[in-house]
Design a protein around this ligand. Structure first.
Ligand SMILES: Nc1ncnc2c1ncn2[C@@H]1O[C@H](COP(=O)(O)OP(=O)(O)OP(=O)(O)O)[C@@H](O)[C@H]1O
Length: 321
């Protein structure tokens, strides 16, 4: 760890990556000049549809992909000028499970600590195994572990050198709900103890629950980067749901063609999505009264991260989210 803490855990300035083309495919501009600053101490979500460039971004910081242009810093250290020092400040949990299955979890972590040059007296192997719930498997062969246990071991491997920045690339893909919850509890604990967490995920709900800052990447560009609350406020739309005493089967005539609204029937209730400032709730209630039906219940729904995500990546998200 470095004593003076920088304002940003990760910084990217004009980061570019172009993968070379082949005979049958043109070069791919996976990152088109990304500027991104990840505040120290945050749980930062990096979201984007498949192929947006998230893994490319992370792998540049991991030293697995050579960037084509721009600058990157980890914990304030330039990844080109001081690559070793920069990488000592980051732990990366990769998407793929890549481990030697003939070692035990204990040996795996000891080897990794050796690789980072952590002196024996400073190793925290037992403590980390305990934290990820693998103490009782410390001497089992990795090949005997379940998929979920292997994934926890990957997290443990990324922590052996006590990095101030931990990056998790789609860590819960294919992981069951219980395990996901356990993993997140641990990640939140690490964050509370001061580790900056960077997370790429397709689970928007997960990002909405966990992250305090979110960047949305689309086609190699950052299309939004804001505190979560601010991002959620971007959509100036709400939905008013009116449950009627007499359940509805079709949209009443009073609700057809109101400018700036989308109206639908949901389980007998009327759902009106409207823009702030353009339509007043009082007017909508007035219109409902005019139908002759009575109101049983009323509620409004705020936009969620999925709505924001879709509005920002509209037309390009291919089955993501
Ligand atoms: N080694 C490579 N050679 C050529 N193109 C690549 C290579 N790696 C990635 N790409 C392309 O670069 C783009 C960005 O890929 P990347 O894996 O960074 O996206 P991603 O946002 O992480 O997607 P996913 O969520 O599916 O992992 C994609 O179009 C991908 O096909």
């Amino acid at each position: 760890m470095i004593d003076t803490a920088p304002d940003y855990a990760l910084e990217a300035y004009g980061l570019q990556k172009t993968y070379a083309g082949t005979k049958s495919s043109p070069p791919k501009h996976a990152l088109k000049g990304v500027d991104l600053k990840i505040p120290r101490g945050s749980i930062f979500g990096l979201l984007g549809p498949n192929g947006a460039g998230k893994s490319t971004f992370i792998n540049i910081f991991a030293g697995l992909v050579n960037k084509s242009g721009g600058t990157g810093k980890i914990w304030g250290i330039d990844i080109d000028r001081q690559p070793r020092q920069a990488r000592a400040a980051i732990g990366i949990v990769p998407q793929e499970i890549n481990m030697d299955v003939f070692f035990t979890p204990y040996e795996t972590l000891e080897l990794m600590a050796g690789f980072y040059g952590v002196p024996k007296s400073e190793r925290r192997t037992e403590e980390i195994l305990e934290a990820v719930g693998l103490s009782d498997k410390r001497d089992a062969y990795v090949r005997m572990l379940s998929g979920g246990m292997k994934r926890r071991l990957l997290v443990a491997k990324a922590l052996v050198h006590n990095p101030p920045v931990l990056v998790l690339d789609e860590p819960t893909a294919g992981v069951d709900i219980e395990l996901r919850r356990q993993l997140w509890e641990y990640v939140v604990e690490l964050n509370q103890a001061g580790t900056t967490i960077v997370l790429t995920t397709h689970y928007l709900e997960e990002a909405q629950e966990l992250c305090d800052e979110i960047a949305i990447v689309n086609e190699g560009e950052v299309v939004a980067c804001e505190p979560k609350e601010q991002l959620l406020k971007r959509l100036d739309r709400k939905t008013l749901v009116i449950e009627a005493v007499e359940p509805l089967t079709e949209i009443p005539e009073q609700f057809r063609d109101i400018a700036g609204t989308q109206v639908s029937i949901r389980g007998g209730a009327l759902a009106i999505t409207y823009k702030f400032g353009e339509v007043s709730v009082a007017e909508l209630i007035e219109r409902f009264r005019a139908t002759g039906n009575r109101i049983n219940d009323l509620r409004t729904e705020e936009p969620d991260l999925e709505d924001v995500f879709l509005s920002l990546t509209y037309g390009t998200a291919k089955g993501a989210a």
